[in-house]
Design a protein around this ligand. Structure first.
Ligand SMILES: NC(=O)c1ccc[n+]([C@@H]2O[C@H](COP(=O)([O-])OP(=O)(O)OC[C@H]3O[C@@H](n4cnc5c(N)ncnc54)[C@H](O)[C@@H]3O)[C@@H](O)[C@H]2O)c1
Length: 253
């Protein structure tokens, strides 16, 4: 039996990296997957690949920072698949790790809108359906920066907020059929973090925030993060809520 047979899952930021790996893995495990990302129309390679491989998927263009788009995603998911069992709040933006004295209000607000308010809106909307069904699983994708603060100020602050949101939702719904956990990826090879992108960081700041980490730890494959997300999404973790799983290849031991 597949681990997500019959489940309906919304995955935000599923056009690339960790989100795309999660969508593909979920579909292989029997879920109907709703792919939400910043694309212009419903055409989406990840969704097409899932469907070509015999899975069920639908792509919905949407900006997680927009409440209107968030509500549209849930309405269209209900119309097409009839329910929402799983939400993965994965969409996020980095902040190129610059010193705080150079961080503009515009960049700060943008990080809050995408990394923090987006997951809040998606959780709130999902909980409306999940409380009616007395069933639901939320997996938030935070970051090691949400535990250790080892990035820019906006990114670290918003990812700490996601960890707080996760723990709070878990407490509110503990024992009521709804679970909420977070995966905190360490440096993972995606378009957000790769050797080319690292060159754009302020190198002094990057060295400063990295100094408490083990060096020479290889970048992680996006599917390794997806496997941790799958564990939290599946009934294998049915007694686990409010937990934060760091998947960082031992960088912070
Ligand atoms: N790659 C890493 O090293 C790393 C480490 C820690 C945490 N993370 C977190 O993992 C998550 C996934 O990142 P990734 O590494 O796969 O990066 P990625 O850039 O490959 O994927 C992020 C996806 O989110 C989408 N997105 C961005 N803003 C959006 C918005 N406003 N609305 C909808 N979609 C939006 C992008 O289009 C993209 O497809 C993010 O939350 C990120 O903060 C990544």
């Amino acid at each position: 039996m597949n681990r997500l047979e019959g489940k309906v899952a919304i995955v935000t930021g599923a056009n690339s990296g960790i989100g795309a790996a999660t969508a593909e893995l979920f579909a292989k495990e029997g879920a109907s997957v709703v792919i939400v990302d910043l694309m212009k129309d419903n055409f989406n390679e990840v969704a097409d690949r899932i469907i070509a491989n015999g899975g069920k998927a639908m792509a919905i263009p949407g900006d997680v920072a927009s409440l209107e788009d968030c509500i549209k995603v849930f309405n269209e998911t209900i119309r097409r698949f009839g329910k929402v069992d799983i939400l993965v709040n994965n969409a996020g933006i980095g902040d190129y790790t610059i010193p705080t004295i150079r961080l503009t209000d515009v960049a700060w607000e943008k990080s809050i809108a995408v990394n923090q308010t987006g997951p809040f809106h998606f959780c709130r909307e999902a909980l409306k359906y999940m409380t009616e069904a007395n069933y639901g699983v939320i997996v938030n994708v935070a970051s090691v920066a949400g535990v250790y603060g080892n990035a820019g100020a906006a990114y670290s602050a918003t990812k700490h907020a996601v960890v707080g949101l996760t723990k709070n939702i878990a407490i509110q719904y503990a024992g009521k059929g709804i679970r909420c956990n977070a995966v905190c990826p360490g440096a993972t090879l995606t378009s957000m973090l790769n050797p080319e992108n690292e060159k754009k960081f302020d190198q002094e700041m990057w060295a400063t925030v990295q100094k408490h980490q083990c060096e020479d730890i290889p970048l992680i494959d996006a599917f390794d993060q997806a496997n941790a997300i799958l564990f939290f999404a599946s009934d294998e973790s049915k007694s686990v809520t409010g937990q934060i799983m760091v998947v960082d290849n031992g960088r912070f031991l």
